[in-house]
Design a protein around this ligand. Structure first.
Ligand code: PEP
Ligand code: MN
Length: 336
């Protein structure tokens, strides 16, 4: 962290600031120019509140020169993290497609969709049992029963299962789930993240609707710092002023996150655009910018879906997309 000192600062003020820096366990490095004094704060500044430093009377401005995330930072862990689950792998060298309905609705639906996405080449099955809905009157998910049905679909297909957790108290219900999803709305549920950090199970962490990439990495940091290194980051579109699509897919998130962090990055084009016909174009673009995987909503009867039917691909549309993705994955040097 670099601090620029106000020209009006007195020697006494400067000395008391330097004393404060020492008390924080940091070493100040002073460089006095003709008109400007700059202080480099040497040491672990991750616990230091940048805004508190900025608010001090002698401080003109403050700049962080190292990221506040450490364990998720590529600088401290140059090799890519590979997440392995039930025979599937997410990370460098692979394009992992996770597909399935928004919500688990009944046994017939989830097993039929699971078989269809498996036949098309998906590596994992997604399906929501606990659903975060804007309206309390909308379908809330089959809850614990939904997880049981996902297990039946896994038994029928061998596909590992991915499903969303909304409440810290539900953790025991997820014991037999392969990947726990933390949805956009819970990206900053820090108590939940801390608890997931104590598990030995991969977590798919979605970017919040209005969160920066640094905030996403800080949320991932909670899980990794707790002792669980198996985190997968997911870009799923963010809120902007645009209303033509459900959200705005931030494709630049992929190269940014991959350069700053060693964690795998997947893209969810379904929630990003909210429109089924646009999903294939965004999925291909995500592969082109280096995504390690895709999370795609597929429903056997989208017009009857209890949630997100408008953005769900039919099984034949999904199979066509998978065929179009294969040459792109090959170009990117990735196994599908
Ligand atoms: C979902 O994956 O079904 C979901 C609710 O996604 P998000 O948290 O990205 O809105
Ligand atoms: Mn959905």
């Amino acid at each position: 962290m670099v601090v620029i000192v106000k020209q009006t600062a007195t020697k006494a003020q400067l000395d008391s600031f330097l004393q404060w820096v020492y008390e924080k366990g940091l070493k100040p490095h002073l460089s006095e120019g003709a008109g400007t004094t700059i202080i480099g704060l040497i040491g672990d500044t991750s616990k230091l509140d940048e805004n508190l430093v900025r608010s001090m009377p002698i401080v003109e401005d403050v700049k962080r020169v190292s990221e506040p995330y450490k364990r998720t930072n590529r600088k401290l862990h140059p090799d890519d993290t590979l997440v392995s689950v039930g025979g599937a792998v997410i990370g460098e060298g692979h394009l992992t497609v996770i597909a399935g309905p928004c919500s688990v609705e009944c046994e017939e639906q989830i097993v039929e969709v699971a078989k269809a996405v498996k036949a098309a080449g998906a590596a994992m099955l997604r399906g929501g049992a606990f659903k975060p809905r804007t309206s309390p009157y909308a379908f809330q998910g089959l809850r614990a029963e939904g997880i049981e049905l996902l297990k039946k679909a896994r038994e029928a297909t061998g596909l590992p299962i991915v499903t969303e957790i909304m409440n810290i108290e539900h953790i025991p219900l997820f014991e037999d789930v392969d990947i726990i999803q933390v949805g956009a709305r819970n990206m900053q549920n820090f108590e939940l993240l801390k608890e997931l950090g104590h598990l030995n199970k991969p977590v798919l962490l979605k970017r919040g609707l209005a969160n920066t990439l640094e905030e996403l990495l800080m949320s991932a940091e909670y899980i990794v710092a707790g002792g669980n290194p198996n985190v997968i980051l997911c870009e799923r579109g963010i809120r902007t002023y645009e209303t033509a699509t459900r959200n705005t897919l931030d494709l630049s998130a992929v190269p940014f996150l991959k350069s700053r962090s060693h964690l795998p990055v997947v893209v969810d084009p379904s929630h990003a655009c909210g429109i089924a016909w646009m999903v294939p174009a965004l999925a291909k673009a995500a592969v082109a910018v280096g995504a390690d995987g895709l999370l795609i909503e597929v429903h056997n009867q989208p017009e009857k879906a209890l949630s997100d039917g408008a953005q769900s691909l039919r099984p034949d549309e999904f199979a066509r997309l998978m065929e179009q993705l294969r040459p792109l994955a090959e170009l990117a040097g990735k196994k599908m």
